[in-house]
Design a protein around this ligand. Structure first.
Ligand SMILES: [Zn+2]
Length: 197
């Protein structure tokens, strides 16, 4: 937080002392969204980029993907690097592992107010996981076309598939035994004290 005063305001007592209307608006915005300084964003992204190098070049656990999640105070609460190859796990993306790490540390499935920094733009799975986790803001370094150009990753193909009508997708998608499945949904719906999230 000390750095915040030198490089621009973050939030807290320093901002409370300003009374100018425009600055009040900035304060309200910052109180709501916990805006860090550009320098802090860059520091967090550099850590994500470092993790992407560890994954791909140093430890060779997977692709060029690293991720960092910071909490409302700007503190790093989760980190992840791609482990698809080392773990034989197609879901071991940096963002997924960072979300798991952060949620475990905070003891909650939701990360409201948190910021996710990913060294490369999210794939559809990680973007959806960020919604499930209630991430507030995503910063990305390399773009999806970059990961296609330098690593032949197929994120754009999957995005295009998801946008298609289900009947036109490569993965066949067929409804079966809906009444039996919905019976459990009805039981769950009517159950007293069911766990909501
Ligand atoms: Zn992903």
């Amino acid at each position: 937080m000390k750095k915040g005063r030198e490089n621009g305001p973050i939030h807290g007592p320093f901002l409370n002392s300003v009374s100018n209307k425009a600055e009040d608006q900035v304060m309200k915005y910052q109180e709501k969204f916990m805006v860090l300084t550009q320098k802090q964003h860059e520091e967090n992204m550099r850590r994500a980029i470092e993790l992407s190098r560890i994954a791909s070049i140093i430890e060779k656990t997977g692709g060029v993907f690293g991720c960092v999640i910071v909490d409302k105070e700007g503190k790093i609460i989760g980190e992840g690097s791609n482990h698809v190859v080392s773990d034989n796990d197609p879901t071991a993306h940096a963002e997924i592992l960072a979300i798991r790490d952060a949620c475990k540390k905070l003891g909650t499935p939701h990360l409201d107010g948190c910021i996710l920094y990913t060294s490369a733009e999210c794939c559809p799975m990680c973007l959806a996981a960020s919604y499930w986790a209630h991430i507030d803001h995503i910063f990305y370094g390399a773009t999806i076309p970059d990961s296609r150009q330098y690593g032949d990753f197929a994120d754009d193909d999957y995005l295009a598939e998801i946008r298609k009508d289900p009947k036109d997708r490569k993965i066949k998608y067929t409804e079966i035994l809906r009444p039996e499945a919905v019976a459990i949904w009805k039981e769950y719906h009517d159950m007293p004290g069911r766990v909501k999230y």
